[in-house]
Write a protein that binds this ligand. Structure first.
Ligand code: XBP
Ligand code: MG
Length: 256
């Protein structure tokens, strides 16, 4: 059995509930700014989350939900420009500090650092968005807590492909059995499991009905000592909030 050495965190939906009031709002601002007259409602956005990556999501929207739109000649450039504007609006929103970390995230990260675990991030979102979220919630120094920030287009295939987890593990010179992943969605768990990582799930409103087969545990949130999680699937090993003892127990069970 390998010793646990690192915790690898997904970002959107796992560290913070960024999709509905962050990414979605930023996409809509970019659409308004470009005078497109498109609007992604919370319900439509839930359907669009089937596809990871903002540029990929815009294309998916046009293919499935807005077939009347006449694509400009330089369609790739059009999507890239729209997405760059969306990233600017998103990082501005993060700077306003309106999206907090989810319950238990900062505590678990602090416990993990104290216990000497290595930390990393594995996400499909754009690197600037990770920087904005981390600096506006944990502070600018926290960027150095994460040894590797695997994000966006650094790999050719986004989640559910395993590529971003494979990339992070390779950068850290770790085998999958030496790390554990934290995810919130079906596409996320497909990616982490395909990279052979034991995976902890905390669901959110957009992912509560997802299929999390193969995850080590499914929780409604990480929770705090005075605000326990609800166990949705798996074995909580007698714990009521996601602490390092539970993370270690889940890793042992997953790698026994
Ligand atoms: C979530 C995503 C991202 C964001 C949008 O990724 O799918 O595409 O919704 O970000 P994860 P970009 O949960 O893996 O962090 O527009 O920058 O792609
Ligand atoms: Mg996610």
């Amino acid at each position: 059995m390998s010793t646990l050495k690192a915790l690898i965190f997904d970002v959107d939906g796992t560290l913070a509930d960024t999709e509905r009031n962050g990414h979605r709002v930023a996409f809509n601002r970019a659409f308004d700014d470009a005078g497109l007259g498109w609007h992604w409602s919370p319900a439509l956005y839930g359907k669009l989350l089937a596809v990871t990556g903002g540029k990929e999501r815009i294309r998916f929207y046009l293919e499935q939900f807005n077939l009347e739109f006449v694509k400009p000649d330089d369609f790739d450039g059009f999507v890239a420009g729209l997405h760059a504007a969306k990233t600017r609006f998103y990082t501005e929103l993060m700077a306003q500090g309106e999206i907090p970390l989810r319950p238990g995230v900062e505590r678990l990260i602090t416990e993990a650092r104290r216990a000497g675990y290595r930390l990393a991030i594995s996400t499909t979102t754009t690197p600037e968005n990770v920087t904005a979220l981390v600096t506006n919630t944990l502070g600018v120094a926290a960027l150095d807590w994460f040894e590797v920030i695997g994000a966006g287009d650094v790999v050719p295939s986004k989640k559910p492909a395993p590529d971003i987890y494979d990339y992070v593990l390779k950068e850290m010179k770790l085998t999958p059995s030496e790390a554990i992943a934290f995810e919130d969605s079906r596409n996320g768990v497909l990616s982490s499991l395909a990279a052979n990582l034991t995976t902890v799930i905390t669901v959110n409103d957009y992912t509560a009905e997802d299929d999390f087969s193969g995850a080590a545990i499914v929780l409604d949130q990480m929770g705090e000592p005075d605000a326990p999680f609800t166990l949705l699937a798996g074995d909580a090993h007698g714990q009521q909030h996601l602490n390092i003892a539970l993370v270690e127990a889940l890793h042992r069970s997953g790698n026994g």
